[in-house]
Design a protein around this ligand. Structure first.
Ligand code: C2E
Ligand code: MG
Ligand code: MG
Length: 575
């Protein structure tokens, strides 16, 4: 380096120094081995070292341990090449407290090839950093338990480097009957239980395990380096045992247990995206937790390929069902109802069908609970009521004079305050006598006696008929039902299936008692001649089943009603 060049380099450095310096600057000069040669008063004040203590010491005396080796390597690489470095550093003072400084390090070449001095000019940014930390704490940590929250879990999942063959295990925890702790002891106690749960979780896990509170009484734990299923089960068992110990809170002994879902996986493929991989594991663990709950709680469950398949299907249905009504994928079929005495078709039951371009035909037993879960059952039910009433109008106009149409009513629809009002309007618009309609509800719908009695009365005032579907599978007694305005009982198919085994006693009792209490008795799921003959012998009023016909499109019902050649002979045959 020639003299002229060295001079301009020095001038540039001086300008850098001048630019960085102001009244509050903390200045330190070290030699090229990092030994402190000069420190101003501001440095002594913030670092709490005296001039005497600091001069001659190594600069790393103020390292906080916050930054990793790469951070310092990068800094040294820059300044030893004569380039100015700027950055934010957390340092440690003599008394162990920490402070943050914005730092400019100017290498001073003074004519030589390598720097022989470093001038560090710092400014205190501790307040700003504390503020930022505070904000981060609020955004990423749960204020009650101080555990990472859902946001931090998502961030962690997104940023976590994963190596091929890393084995990850996810535990999804949910406390059993936590709501009853809140209800019985109050929310303050509930909160203290959650805090204690978090403390116990921290105690029984390693530092490298990630614990987060998802909200409510749900926690997610991500374990690294679990080499076998047994390892994960041991951790889950340890957690269960710890969390099952009594909680002594506000002079109360509170007891709870935990349901834990476990899923495990390993990255086999380089193209696998870490966040997708862990998210899938979390979903699987959640699903497994749900199975643990279904077994009564206080246990752990591993996710199985079968559960994964169920989960996969659940998400597919969720995606598709939201479009079903708008895209005209729903339709209604009608299954004939036969008067067992006259052997005539006296009505039909309307049954919903869903044909989806991707999933094909999906059973109502599978998709109706999901319509309920996703809040879609009310609009779909209104559509069913309208379609069925219009269909009945068309049939009546064409001389298909059915006595009744049965429609299945979801408990959610039944509890909707607008239900009776909406139904009234739909009947009026289609000009249908309410008595043609028979609403099928299940015993479970009547669990809340006061509320359901009020709704039943409203519906009866409208003039529609009410029937109890799948009767015998719930817990209601005939004498209880007699106090309600109910017209018919539909005996569940499972009892008809067992007529040749031990279903006879139950069916005898239902038909005999039901008839005496003036209910119309309907048997569903009749498939065999013997079943029909037995029911006829009991004087059961009506029947429905594949013996006569599967559910059919509306066009075929008109055919059946008019064309006695196709239909009536079949009925006559069994007389
Ligand atoms: P459900 O109301 O008890 O309807 C009777 C079910 O038994 C129908 O199944 C019908 O096709 C079937 N079935 C009738 N006879 C026989 C037989 O002889 N053998 C056999 N194996 N099955 C027979 P589907 O249509 O699959 O409906 C299943 C359930 O889904 C219904 O049971 C009902 O609870 C619900 N569901 C169907 N449509 C609707 C609807 O529009 N709204 C509501 N809320 N629920 C519906
Ligand atoms: Mg039904
Ligand atoms: Mg039924």
């Amino acid at each position: 380096m020639n003299y002229q060049l060295a001079l301009t380099e020095s001038e540039k450095r001086l300008r850098d120094i001048e630019l960085a310096l102001n009244e509050s600057s903390i200045v330190v000069i070290t030699d090229n081995k990092g030994t402190i040669q000069f420190a101003n008063d501001k440095f002594c004040k913030i670092s709490k070292y005296s001039q005497k203590e600091i001069i001659g010491s190594k600069h790393n005396i103020i390292n906080s341990g916050h930054h990793d080796l790469n951070f310092f390597k990068e800094m040294w690489r820059t300044i030893s090449n004569g380039i100015v470095w700027r950055g934010e550093i957390k340092n440690k003072a003599k008394d162990g407290s920490y402070y943050w400084v914005h730092t400019t390090i100017v290498p001073y070449l003074a004519g030589k090839g390598e720097p022989y001095q470093y001038i560090a000019i710092r400014h205190d940014i501790t307040k700003r950093k504390q503020y930022e930390e505070q904000i981060e704490l609020m955004a990423y940590y749960d204020s009650l338990t101080s555990l990472p929250n859902r946001n931090l879990l998502n961030k962690w999942v997104m940023e976590r480097p994963l190596k091929k063959e890393d084995i990850i295990s996810v535990l999804f925890l949910d406390l059993d009957r936590f709501k009853s702790i809140n209800d019985n002891f109050g929310h303050d106690t509930g909160d203290l239980v959650l805090k204690e749960v978090a403390r116990r979780l921290r105690n029984c896990l390693r530092k490298s395990d990630f614990i987060s509170r998802q909200g409510g009484d749900e926690f997610i734990i991500i374990l690294d380096d679990m080499y076998s299923k047994q390892d994960s089960i041991s951790v889950a068992t340890k957690i269960s045992n710890q969390l099952a110990l009594p909680y002594r809170i506000n002079n109360n002994n509170v007891i709870t247990s935990t349901s834990i879902g476990i899923s495990m996986g390993t990255i086999r493929d380089d193209s696998c995206i870490c966040s997708d991989f862990i998210e899938t594991l979390i979903k699987h663990a959640d699903n497994a937790m749900y199975h643990a709950k279904k077994q009564g709680g206080n246990t752990h469950c591993f996710n199985t390929p079968y559960q994964n398949h169920q989960l996969e299907r659940y998400y597919q249905i969720e995606q598709e069902i939201k479009k079903a009504l708008g895209q005209e994928q729903l339709s209604i079929v009608y299954q004939p109802l036969i008067n067992l005495n006259s052997t005539e078709v006296i009505g039909v039951e309307a049954l919903l069908r869903w044909n989806n371009p991707r999933l094909g035909k999906v059973s109502p037993l599978e998709f109706i609970p999901l319509l309920e879960e996703f809040g879609l059952i009310i609009p779909v039910s209104k559509w069913i009521l309208k379609t069925v009433c219009n269909q009945l109008r068309i049939w009546r106009n064409n001389g298909v004079l059915l006595e009744k149409i049965a429609i299945n009513i979801s408990p959610i629809q039944f509890r909707d305050h607008m239900f009776a009002e909406d139904l009234k309007q739909i009947l009026e618009e289609a000009q249908i006598e309410p008595s043609f309609l028979e609403l099928e509800i299940t015993e479970g719908t009547l669990l809340n006696i006061t509320e359901s009695t009020r709704t039943l009365k409203e519906l009866k005032n409208l003039g529609v008929r009410i029937s109890i579907d799948d009767f015998g599978t719930g817990y209601s007694s005939l004498s209880y039902l007699k106090q309600l305005p109910i017209d018919s009982l539909k005996i569940d198919k499972s009892f008809i299936d067992e007529l040749d085994v031990d279903g006879k006693i139950i069916v005898n009792t239902i038909v005999n008692m039901g008839r005496n209490l003036n209910f119309t008795i309907i048997a569903e799921g009749i498939e065999k001649k013997e079943q029909l003959q037995y029911l006829k012998g009991l004087d059961c009023h009506e029947g429905q089943g594949y013996y006569w016909s599967k559910p059919l499109p509306s066009e075929d019902i008109a055919g059946i009603y008019h064309n006695s050649v196709i239909y009536r002979p079949k009925i006559l045959k069994i007389e």
